[in-house]
Ligand binder design. Sequence first.
Ligand code: UD1
Length: 356
Amino acid sequence: MRIVYVVGTRPNFVKTAPVVAALRDRLPDGRHAIVHTGQHYDRMMSEVFLEELGVPAPDHMLEVGSGSHAQQTARTMERLEPVLLEERPDLVVVPGDVNSTIAAALTAAKLLIPVAHIESGLRSFDRTMPEEINRILTDQISEQLFLHSDEAVENLRSEGIPEARMHFVGNTMIDTLVALEGRFRAAGAAERLGVEPGGYLLVTLHRPALVDGPLLPETVAQLATLAREMPVVFPVHPRTRRMMEEVEQDHPGLLLCEPLGYVDFLSLLADAGAVLTDSGGIQEETTYLGIRCFTLRDNTERPVTVRAGTNTLLGLDPAAIAHIPDAITEARATEPPPLWDGRAAERIADVVAGPT
Ligand code: UD1
C-alpha cells in the first residue's frame, strides 16, 4: 500500500505523527511519503516539532509559505498535484482544518485518490471562520472520516454523510501528548522561566478575529492588569508578534517569549494554574490534563471540552479576562472524553490496514 501524508502547520504535525508511526508499523513494506506544504515555515513553527515528534524528514517540501487564503490553497494544489502523480498513492491522509488540508483533499479527490481525514466532523457552525469551510468541504470529499468525539457523528449525519464512512477512533493529538508525557513532566519549563508551577496563567492567541484588529491591544491591556495578581506567560505566535509590533503597545508585567517547542509548551501547560487561548488543540490538551482553560472566542468546534468542565467560553470579549482569577477554582474534568487514551492512531491503522 502506498500512502501520502500531507502536513503543513504546527498542530498538523502533532495530529499526524502518531498516525504515520502506527501505519509504518502496520505496513512496513508500504510506501509512506510525507509531504510538507510549508504553510508554516519558521524553525520554531515547523522543524522543531517534526524533530521532537520523531517524524522522518519530509519526502517532498512544497514551500507554499504565507499569503491570502486563495494563494495558499492554490499554491498547495498546484505543487501537490505533480507529487501525487509521481507517488501514485492508494490513500492520501490529511489532518485538521487548515488551508493545506482542504487543498490536499481537493487535489487528491480530483485525481480519484481516496482521502482519509483525521479529526473529522468538528463544527463551530460559524462560517466566518475559514477553518469551518475547510472542515465541511474536506469531510464531503473524504472517504474515510476519523472522528475524535461523539458529537461529530451527528454533525456529519446532518450533512448527509453515510455512517459507513465514519470511524470513531479518538484523538490523535492526545496520542502524541501521552507519548511525550515522560519528557514534558521532566522538562521544568516553568522553573526555567522563573514562575511557580500551578501559579501562573499561560496565554496563546493567534486567530485573525482576535489579533488582526483592535481586540488585540484591548486584550494585552487586560492581561497587564491581571498580571498584577498572577504571573502571565505568553509565548507569542509570529502573526500576533507582528500585530503587537505594529501597535507599539507597552505590556508591563507580561512574560513574553518566542513560540516554544512542543515538549516545553506541554510542560508549561501541565504546570499552569489556568490557560487563556483561542486555539482549538489547547482546549483539548487542557481537557486531557484537567487544567482550567478560558477560550477567548464566541464559539468552539470542540464542545466536548466545555461539557468536560475544563473549558469555559469567554466570548470574543477581552473584558471577560478580568473574571479569570475568580473562575479558576470552579469545577474541572475528572476524566478525559471517550477514546482520548493514547491509542487513536492504532484504531486508524486498524481501519486503513485491517485489524492485526
Ligand atoms: C493557520 C490556520 C489556523 C491555525 C494556525 C495555527 C488556516 C486557514 N489557518 O493559519 O487554523 O490555527 O495556522 O498557527 O489554514 N508566520 C510566520 N512563520 C510561520 C508561520 C506564520 O512568520 O512559520 C506569520 C506570517 O506573517 C503569516 C502569519 O504568521 O502571515 C500567519 O500565521 P498563522 O495564522 O499561523 O498561519 P495561517 O497559515 O494563516
